[in-house]
Design a protein around this ligand. Sequence first.
Ligand code: NAD
Length: 366
Amino acid sequence: MTMVSSKVHHTGFDRLCRYAEILRFGDVHIKFDHHTGLRAIVAIHNLKRGPAIGGCRLAPYATTDDALEDALRLARMMSFKAAINNLPHGGAKSVIMMPKVIHDREAFFETFGSFVNELGGRYITAVDSGTGAVDMDVIARKTKFVTCTTLSGNAGDPSPLTALGVRRAIEAAVKFKLGRDTVDGVHVAIQGAGHVGYYLAQELKKLGARLTVCDVNPKSLQRCVDEFDASTCAPDEIYDIKADVFAPCALGSVLNLANIKRLNVKIVAGSANNQLAHHKHGMALHERGILYAPDFLINAGGLIHVAVIYDHADMDTAQKQISDIYYTVTDIFERAKRENLPTNEIAESIALSRLIKAPQFDCESQ
Ligand code: NAD
């Protein structure tokens, strides 16, 4: 045996394989199709609870490493979202690297559909950023393992359902922390008035909440002023607003040790993924007595809808299940209080134990 070198040089691929192992990945599949220009990755994180479900993202990536890393990170989060919300599904994500030009979008997505079909039901695809219900219709010509088609109802934009779940979590947090039965008169500071932020503001306004909103896009901000009589502030001032609730609905990693010290609220509950710059920052919120509603639990409205529709239930069932986020998050608040632990740690440990304990799903039976 010849040792090539005693120095180990980790390529991007090595690093990502180690990352996948650390995240306890199941399998990762890559497809290149020279005819259509398709370069797609399907990352399947966990199949223990059932077939893995997750959106298909079409986005520009500088390198295949970047696309793979995004797929791995997002797929794991889908497993956690599904497990904490008790869905009979594992987590997965597909990422398609946006080519300079898609010459034939139908052929492009038909090829992707065949790729999904080759996975034999281990992965169910759905809409995500860059794809729409019409693309899912094209995929459905090649595989039955797809949802969010134009026939699925309200499938094109999950934001209203994501906002519903966040609103229910805010109601639960307001009850638990402030002892109030409704959000009437409760002051909510919303960071980001995009898809989810807008619908969240709409829902809260209907229930009598007072709103302060910030956004880097003046048009989105003005819409909230005109329609909901919201107050506004500059993007960086949102952390200092004296309010009852801070709802991050813009970007990930927004809460760090510096701005957690500035928060002037009792509750943090919003739609953004990975709100904590580090998961240890859950402890910083806990120590400051700020109740944190774990992001991956409360922003799962879109996923719950997609899963329920795929499993042949109706829209009412989906809405009820999303509404029930109220009870799931309340259980976590209560347990966190009993055990004097941060809510995100409790939620993560519940999700993880469900992923480990569930019997292995048999995709051959699909
Ligand atoms: P979006 O892009 O429609 O909205 C985000 C908004 O935030 C935009 O209006 C943008 O201008 C604004 N913004 C960006 N940077 C900002 C800053 N520094 N300060 C204030 N505002 C800023 O996105 P979305 O679909 O509404 O999603 C919002 C968040 O929720 C994202 O983190 C997303 O990953 C997460 N999420 C969304 C859904 C969904 O159904 N859309 C589901 C789960 C999680």
